[in-house]
Write a protein that binds this ligand. Structure first.
Ligand code: IVH
Length: 693
């Protein structure tokens, strides 16, 4: 009787591979990492090799997968878009094996000199064919199944670095030049896009999603039907190969092709290099592996191409893959592993982050045992449970994260996670109440200054120039004071003596005395500064000043109810709630009392007696660049004293942008929105004369 097991397994694998290929290629929404797909693929290959009679024509091992999405027009490639053989052996041997194969195919003896290769990065995006006729971009298409791709001209035209017209006479004279290359998304652009998507989803937007990784995001954007939407999601492009060419004498080497592309105005990655022999390949592979995390985009390995095109032609193709090129993989940036538990970490600002405790897994070149789950909403949306098999992604210097769960592998005892329940409503560091405001995704510790996790940040904020303005208290010193256990609370700052300060490493008596003088000086302040210094969430400088002006006295702020707080200029329900919760915590009240007992004082009717002219009332300013006479802080103070507002970002609500030297993107944005741009002199002219010192 024939063995039924391999038959069944092969059928099951084909079905799974088909399913995941469809999710990946057609829907841009993969559910398993590439490495897992590769494992299934290799298992099927192994079965088919052992039982050739089981091989079917439509097996995923026999064809390039990739279907055409509804709505995008099919494009038949004049020259098929092939793939390259992948060397999965990530050690140097992978490169050596390739060189040996090439030498053998070229019938080179052991004495023949080393071959030259053009070594390139393997960009992790999607392959695109750009068709230029007489130098004009006429069409852009995806690879699809290699024979037929999809017309994505409308979205690819939105990529700013893809030239609409090639430079130079040769390009314009050529009837056809098809340029092939990779469309991808930089990591920073990807993070920013997902951040925006999260905000949209939080805001209740329908039909929006976050993307699993940059490649996936790039594919999603390119295959968008709506070009306008694509334009807002920045993509990048590198050229690396040719398709159909009519009327152009193609350079004789791969590196020469790169140079010709550059001349035509096409973006070509600068990391490509001509190297000699297997040693050169290995050195390139190692050098890139060492730099991988620092690159601004994802790569999944490197590509070696025989540099000489005549030799390339001599070698030709084998089962639809060129014999003259190979992709040498780097360790995968996504892997699956077991989610054993979920811990909660308290960040410097009190934000509570669920952290996955993983069965250690090798991913992106290191062993990972912790990965962020971002927040409860993300856990719910991705339906991640304890004991699930999850997908971990680690790329670049971004902290490892869980991007999804493998539902098929969910065990019966998988446990949903509820952050609030797990913590019993208390901060795991200080035991204060945890809160989550309406419309926010993050739970937070309300402990503020009292919470050890938030202490350093709280002290730095308290001492900041626009808060208590303690001279001589910077980053490093705060670290030392907190780590040495000298300062636990804000009032303890005011109890420091020269003796315990001078005991700190690198602290001279002179700087110790400077700090103590700085602290002494800071005691004379204003109510607005003091309220701002407390670091109450949502209470920025302006709100703090408004509170001071409205209530006049600290004691009245302390006992204010939420409805009373709502009466303050620009204070909405979220801010009112935050202030109220802060002062409702007994330890925060205690800290306030202790600070007062240290001798911090201000004029209680602070602000109310302000009768200076307010010519800028109702006007919003944004400052950018450096000014000649005013510091940024001075400019801000003077605008506010004149009744104006200063905002950090340019929007339609901005009235004026004041631009100094080396003004950046804010100036661009202002021009774009048609907002009046002032120089420093124009600002000074609008301001009332400065108070005499
Ligand atoms: S050359 C015939 N060069 O890898 C050779 N491909 O499996 C054509 N890729 O679909 C490809 N970086 O999306 C080439 N520097 C590079 C590449 C590269 C990434 C991708 C491309 C292609 C796949 C090959």
């Amino acid at each position: 009787m024939p063995d039924k097991a391999p038959i069944r397994r092969a059928a099951a694998l084909r079905e799974q591979l088909q399913h995941h290929a469809n999710l990946y290629y057609t829907l841009d929404a993969p559910q398993i990492p590439d490495a897992e797909y590769d494992r299934l693929f290799q298992e099927l290959q192994a079965i088919e090799a052992a039982h050739p009679e089981l091989q079917t024509q439509d097996s995923p091992t026999q064809r390039v997968i990739g279907a055409v999405l509804d709505g995008l027009a099919p494009v038949r490639h004049q020259v098929p878009m092939l793939s390259i053989h992948t060397e999965t052996d990530t050690t140097p041997t992978g490169a050596e094996k390739f060189d040996a194969r090439v030498r053998k195919a070229l019938a080179l003896g052991v004495d023949a000199p080393a071959l030259a290769y053009n070594a390139e990065l393997k960009f992790d995006g999607l392959a695109i064919n750009l068709r230029y006729e007489r130098g004009e971009l006429v069409q852009a298409a995806t690879r699809g199944d290699g024979e037929t791709g999809e017309d994505v001209t409308h979205t690819v035209r939105m990529i700013s670095t893809v030239p609409k017209r090639l430079r130079g006479a040769v390009a314009v004279q050529a009837a056809v030049i098809e340029v092939r290359g990779e469309v991808f998304m930089r990591r920073d652009d990807f993070e920013a896009l997902n951040e925006r998507q999260r905000k949209l989803i939080e805001g209740g937007a329908k039909g929006e999603k976050t993307f699993v990784n940059p490649r996936n995001a790039a594919a999603g954007v390119v295959r968008q039907l709506d070009a306008g939407k694509a334009a807002k999601r920045p993509l990048s492009f590198f050229a690396y190969a040719l398709g159909e060419v009519v009327g152009w004498a193609v350079p004789g080497t791969q590196h020469g092709l790169g140079a010709a592309f550059r001349k035509m105005g096409l973006p070509v990655n600068d990391d490509s290099q001509v190297v000699q022999g297997p040693e050169g390949l290995v050195r390139f592979h190692e050098a890139i592996a060492a730099r991988r995390d620092a690159l601004p985009f994802d790569i999944d390995g490197v590509v070696y191409k025989l540099d000489d095109r005549a030799q390339q032609e001599q070698l030709g193709f084998k089962s639809r893959e060129p014999r003259w090129a190979v992709a040498h993989k780097s360790p995968a940036q996504e892997q699956t592993t077991l989610l054993q538990d979920i811990d909660v970490q308290v960040g410097r600002t009190g934000k509570l982050t669920p952290v996955a405790k993983l069965l250690p897994v090798f991913v992106g070149g290191t062993t990972v045992s912790n990965a962020t789950l971002h927040n409860q909403d993300e856990i719910d949306r991705k339906d991640v449970r304890i004991n699930d098999t999850v997908i971990v992604r680690r790329a670049g210097d971004v902290i490892p994260e869980i991007v999804g769960t493998v539902i098929e592998k969910r065990p019966a005892d998988a446990q949903p996670f509820d952050l609030y329940k797990k913590l019993g409503g208390k901060c795991p560091v200080c035991g204060s109440e945890i809160t989550r405001e309406e419309g926010e995704v993050d739970w937070r510790c309300s402990g503020g200054l009292f919470c050890a996790a938030q202490r350093k940040q709280a002290i730095l904020h308290f001492a900041g120039r626009r808060a208590m303005d303690v001279e001589g208290l910077g980053d490093k010193l705060v670290d030392q004071l907190v780590e040495a256990g000298i300062v636990h609370t804000l009032p303890e700052l005011y109890q420091l003596g020269v003796a315990n300060l001078a005991a700190l490493e690198r602290m001279a008596e002179k700087s110790a005395q400077n700090l103590i003088d700085g602290l002494e000086k800071s005691k004379q302040t204003t109510l607005g500064r003091f309220l701002y210094a407390l670091g109450i969430r949502h209470v920025g400088e302006t709100t703090a000043k408004d509170l001071a002006k409205h209530f006049g006295q600290l004691d009245r702020v302390l006992i204010a109810t939420e409805p009373q707080l709502l009466e303050v200029n620009d204070v909405g329900p979220i801010v009112a709630h935050s202030i109220h919760t802060f002062f409702a915590q007994p330890h925060n009240r205690e800290i306030v009392e202790q600070l007062r007992a240290c001798g911090i004082t201000w004029k209680e009717d602070d602000g109310t007696a302000d009768t200076s002219p307010k010519p800028l009332l109702g006007q919003t300013f944004v400052l950018t660049g450096t000014f000649q006479t005013l510091s940024r802080d001075e400019a801000k103070d003077r605008i506010e004293a004149a009744g104006g507002k200063v905002s950090g970002s340019v929007s339609k609500k901005t009235h004026f942008v004041v631009a100094g030297a080396e003004a950046g993107s804010k100036l661009e944005k202002a021009t774009e929105l048609g907002i009046t741009v002032l120089d420093e002199a124009a600002l000074l002219a609008m301001l009332p004369a400065a108070d005499p010192p």
